[in-house]
Design a protein. Structure first.
Length: 206
């Protein structure tokens, strides 16, 4: 649909905003906007208010950098979880994927990405410093590398492994039941859960 074929500038503007979302083209954006126009105003206002409040009020856990409604997320605040066991992941979506397996009772650390020189992302752009601080505290027994099995993920794993070598901790990695290049969020729960349970010493993968 061309800009001139929109009957309303307001409609066109709304479609353009929806089309900025990943995986949403102009046709899908138009369907979504027209659907909202058919809803009661109160429902649409509730929808927009929810998005607004999420963006304004959502926080990142000061401990693990996961999304949270408070300074410390529910996982880090849970005294029944094993705080000596840290699973290092790339993104918040990976936390959600692993939690869905119900096979992990430790805590997480979200790096916020992986080392990728081609994309201009180096170690200082990730939350590696706070992770090292946790390990220096002496309260961590094991760190599990659960990054995607890509060249960038493997580079980040090796960088972290070298960082942690001088500390008396175990470093492991999830078993390679996850296909090369796959992202954790797209791995089925059974496979991902099994790869966590059957994790290997990281040095065995070198």
């Amino acid at each position: 649909m061309t800009a001139s074929s929109y009957p309303s500038k307001l409609l066109e503007s709304a479609v353009n905003e929806f089309a900025k979302l990943p995986g949403i083209g102009k046709k899908t954006a138009l369907r979504l906007v027209l659907h909202l126009l058919k809803q009661d105003k109160d429902q649409v206002f509730k929808f927009s208010d929810t998005i607004h409040h999420m963006r304004q009020e959502i926080m990142y856990c000061k401990s693990c950098h996961n999304i949270s409604d408070s300074e410390i997320c529910n996982i880090c605040a849970d005294v029944n979880r094993d705080h000596s066991l840290i699973c290092v992941v790339e993104s918040i979506r990976d936390v959600m994927a692993i939690e869905s397996t119900q096979q992990f009772n430790g805590i997480y650390h979200v790096l916020g990405g992986v080392i990728s020189p081609m994309d201009g992302i180096g170690p200082d752009d990730l939350t590696i410093g706070p992770l090292v601080d946790k390990i220096q505290s002496g309260e961590v027994n094991e760190v599990i590398f659960a990054l995607s099995t890509t060249m960038e993920g493997d580079t980040t794993n090796f960088y972290l492994f070298k960082k942690f070598e001088k500390y008396d901790i175990k470093t492991t990695t999830i078993a390679r039941g996850v296909s090369i290049g796959d992202e954790l969020e797209y791995t089925d729960e059974v496979t991902l859960g099994r790869s966590l349970v059957n994790r290997l010493p990281f040095e065995n993968t070198l």
